[in-house]
Design a protein around this ligand. Structure first.
Ligand SMILES: C[C@@](CO)(OP(=O)(O)O)[C@H](O)COP(=O)(O)OP(=O)(O)OC[C@H]1O[C@@H](n2ccc(N)nc2=O)[C@H](O)[C@@H]1O
Ligand SMILES: Nc1ncnc2c1ncn2[C@@H]1O[C@H](COP(=O)(O)OP(=O)(O)O)[C@@H](O)[C@H]1O
Length: 257
């Protein structure tokens, strides 16, 4: 059975740069969490329709993996053929609605596996063009970088060279709605981060960035998230930061005893 790890991510910083239709342009450092991943598998089995098994919070038709399947099958008949003889199994470990990109990571991992198995010959850039149609975070996972500077609405990815980070994650049982948090930002906390300031952050190591910023300075979505989910405040602790639209908090343990 073919298997591949589908890692979680955290946002070391996330700054809003502007608006693009009903989306927001952002500057962010995405870092993969090596200790937290789902496992995507393709198991040989004859299937009358696309079959996806896993402990998901949504029906197959809404799953990011299914959305990736629909887009890839339009590119090559080999894909539909392959999934007549294989089913997809996902061993879910990444909590949902956690700001950890679980759904986005699954979609990208699925695309990388299909590209190999069906010999589609798509480049990372080709896959990224498809990925961005599934969700803002999917392109990051296509490139498989450990750390990257991400901009646009998530489609511009630039590898960042730094040591592998030992990231600890805590996810309160609070299901943060990404869209509502962006709307709260837009209505009550809107500001645009300067390009020149973002360029400075892109050059800094993740540990240096977190030394110089508070949890709210590092992530523009934290205050709007807290304005909706007040109980987030209970989890605020020194050296802990907020990932994406939450609810996860994380800290970097490199160099700590
Ligand atoms: C906030 C971030 C930061 O990494 O991560 P998560 O918190 O989801 O992990 C991402 O930008 C989330 O990307 P993703 O999870 O794909 O968001 P989507 O489902 O595409 O969008 C959900 C809703 O959030 C808003 N949205 C999302 C991304 C973005 N750059 N601007 C937005 O305004 C839009 O209203 C959109 O309809
Ligand atoms: N493969 C998937 N894994 C997890 N969640 C998924 C998946 N496909 C669709 N979803 C839906 O995406 C939303 C959560 O997305 P996820 O990426 O896990 O959280 P976040 O965006 O907060 O990191 C939920 O509505 C969930 O039902």
């Amino acid at each position: 059975m073919l298997t591949k790890k589908s890692y979680a991510k955290v946002n070391i910083f996330l700054k809003i740069m502007g608006k693009r239709d009903n989306y927001h342009e952002l500057s962010s450092r995405f870092v993969r969490v090596h200790s937290l991943f789902d496992i995507v598998s393709f198991k040989k089995e004859s299937c009358t329709e696309f079959t996806l098994e896993g402990n998901f919070g949504c029906e197959t038709k809404k799953n990011t993996i299914y959305k990736a399947y629909l887009l890839l099958k339009d590119i090559s008949a080999k894909v539909e053929e392959y999934f007549k003889n294989h089913k997809v199994i996902v061993d879910k470990k990444i909590p949902e609605f956690a700001g950890l990109g679980g759904g986005s990571s699954n979609a990208a991992t699925f695309m990388l596996m299909v590209n190999e198995e069906c010999n589609l010959g798509l480049s990372k850039d080709d896959l990224c063009e498809i990925a961005v149609k599934i969700g803002a975070d999917v392109p990051f996972f296509v490139y498989e970088y450990d750390s990257a500077n991400v901009s646009g609405i998530g489609e511009k990815i630039e590898k960042f060279e730094e040591e592998i980070l030992d990231i600890e994650v805590v996810t309160p049982a609070i299901m943060c709605n990404t869209g509502e948090i962006f709307s709260a930002f837009r209505d009550k906390f809107y500001s645009e981060f300067k390009e020149c300031e973002a360029i400075k952050l892109y050059k800094l190591k993740s540990t240096e960035i977190l030394k110089e910023h508070s949890i709210s300075e590092a992530n523009d979505l934290y205050k709007p998230a807290k304005s909706i989910y007040k109980e987030l405040e209970k989890y605020e602790k020194k050296d802990w930061f907020f990932s994406g639209s939450g609810s996860s908090f994380f800290r970097i343990n490199n160099g700590k005893k």
